[in-house]
Design a protein around this ligand. Sequence first.
Ligand SMILES: Cc1ncc(COP(=O)(O)O)c(C=O)c1O
Length: 458
Amino acid sequence: MNYYENVLGLVGHTPLVKLNRITKDLKPTILAKMENLNPGYSVKDRIGVAMIEAAEQAGQLKPGGTIIEATSGNTGVGLALAAAVKGYECIFVMTDKASTEKVRYLKALGADVVVTPAAARPGTPDHYVSTAQRIARETPNSFYPDQYSHNANPDAHYYSTGPELWEQTEGKLTHFVSGIGTGGTISGTGRFLKEKNPNIRIIGADPYGSIYKTYKETGEIIEATPYLVEGIGQATLPKNFHAQYVDEVVNVSDHDSFELSRQLGRLEGIFCGGSTGTSLAAALRLARDLDESALIVFIVCDTGEHYLSKHHSDEWMKEKRLLEPQKITAGLISETKGERGPESLITVAANERISDVLAKMNEAGVTQVPVVEDGRSVGSLREHRILSKVLGNRDLLDGPASEVMEESFPVLDVDASLSEVTRELQSSPAVLVEEYGRITGIITRHDVLDAPTINSRG
Ligand SMILES: Cc1ncc(COP(=O)(O)O)c(C=O)c1O
C-alpha cells in the first residue's frame, strides 16, 4: 500500500519548476524551488518538525507539553502541523504586521495566537520575541524552540533542502538565491552547497530597511526601518544567520517584491508570497549579467493564499501606493471608493418618480445618478439641474425620471486606464464603468483626485 504514516511525511522533497515567460529575455535558466507545496504551504515546515523532534530527543518536550514560539506565521504553521500529529498544544506570538489569513490559519490548526505591535522595539516587553519568552517562562511543561538560534533550523536545510537541490540539478546549479528571515534557509542550504562546490554563489535577498546587506558588507548593524514584505529581513542579528556561507546580499524594494510575486502568479501560475518576489527580484538582477552556463535556483518560500488581503489585492496595493499608475483602472477606482463599492452603486430607473429620485439622492448623499435600464445607461440626472427644472414646474415631481433626465454620462470599460478616465472627467462630472455590458460603477472627479501616485522605495 502507498501511504504516509502522517502528514509530516509530505514535508520536503519539493519540486523544481522552470520559469519561462518572466525569463524569456534572459540567458540563464531560473528554477523555482516550490516550498509552497509543503503541507503547511511554506519552507518553514522543514524546521517545525525538526525543532520538535530535536526537543523530544533532548527531553525538553514532554507528552502534553505546550510549544510557544515567536513567528511571522509560517514557522508557527510548521510547528502546529507537527504538534497536531504529536498531540502538543501551541501558543504563537505574532506582530500586527502579519496577515489576517496567517492568524486565522494558525487558530484553525488549534493554536492560541497573541498579536503584539510591530513597532515594539527588540528587547522591550511588547516585542513579539520578548512576549513569547515571557509566556514560555509562565507556562508549565512548555517548550520555546526559538527559531532564531535553534541549531535544528539551519541543520534542517543542511540535511534536506541542500541535498535535494544538489540531486535535482545533478550538481549543476551555479547560484542559490533566498530571502533571509532567521537565516536558517540560506545558512543551512548554503553550507551544504558550498561543501559540495565552493564556486556555487549563495545570494541573499533583503528588503530595504533590514540589517543584512550592510551587515554582510561592513559587519555593522544599522538602525532598521519598516518595510511591508513579511517573513524576511531583520532589525537584530539572529544566531542562525551564518554570513560565512553567503557571498552577497542584495536589497529589494517592497514595490519590486510584490510586483514580481504578482507576476509569478499571472505569468507562471506560481501563487506565492512577497518574500518569494524578493528572491526572484535578486535572481533576475543577477541573471542579466550571466550567460547560458548559469543555472539559478530561488526559493518559493510560501503560498499567496496568505496574502489575498495584502499584495494580491489591488485595493491594498493601491492603498499602500504600490500599484503602478498604469495599473490603476476604471474598475479599480470605482471598486476602491472607500465604503461605496459596486454593490452600492446608486442608479434610478427611467420610470421612477422624480420626487422619489430626489429623496434617494438625498439619502445616499449623491448629487448625480445614472438612469439605468437592463444594466445599460440611458441617461443621467444631476440634482441641481432637476431642482431648477422643478422650481419652474412642480408637476415634474410626480413625473418619471425620463422626462427630466439628460444624456448618459460617458461609459468606459472596466479596464480603461486612469488617463482615459481623467480625460473624460474634463468634460463630464462623472463617468460610468461598464463590465461585460453592465454598468458596475461610477467615478467622479473627487474619486480620481485620491488615485495614488507610486512611491519608489515603498
Ligand atoms: C515568507 C517567508 N519567507 C522567507 C523566510 C525566511 O526563512 P529563514 O527564516 O529560513 O531565513 C521566512 C521565514 O520565516 C518566511 O516566513
